[in-house]
Write a protein that binds this ligand. Sequence first.
Ligand SMILES: [Zn+2]
Length: 141
Amino acid sequence: MAKRINSSRIKKNLTYTIVEAAEELGISIATIRNWIKQGLSIEKGQRPFLIYGTDLRDFITVKAQSRKFTLQENELNCFACKAGRQPLNDAVTYTPQTAKTGRLCGGCGTCGGKCSRIISNAKLPAFAKLFEIHFNGGGAP
Ligand SMILES: [Zn+2]
């Protein structure tokens, strides 16, 4: 994680499959799939699904910027606001990512867009005091 991604390898006027995008950026296919879940646009009109270079570059840029601000403990990253925001109604969904981490997702309390935050599972009890957490796939980890 936190490997610097060189978005200039992506050509704005080209389209990429998930595999091509991963190869070009030197990252895993799983990472690209996560980005799509986090809001990266994808053209699903045909198979394989295509990602526009311009969308991919914008997404990486916003992602890089979103690392620059520090989240308060009751905030998630909002990609639209490009800032830390409190989730709508303090309601979030937890999705396991790895054995030790998971993602909290919610609606942005400011713009209504999608916001998310990767957390360590060890911090789940602390977040459960701040948010109403729904577990994706049932049950706590
Ligand atoms: Zn927002």
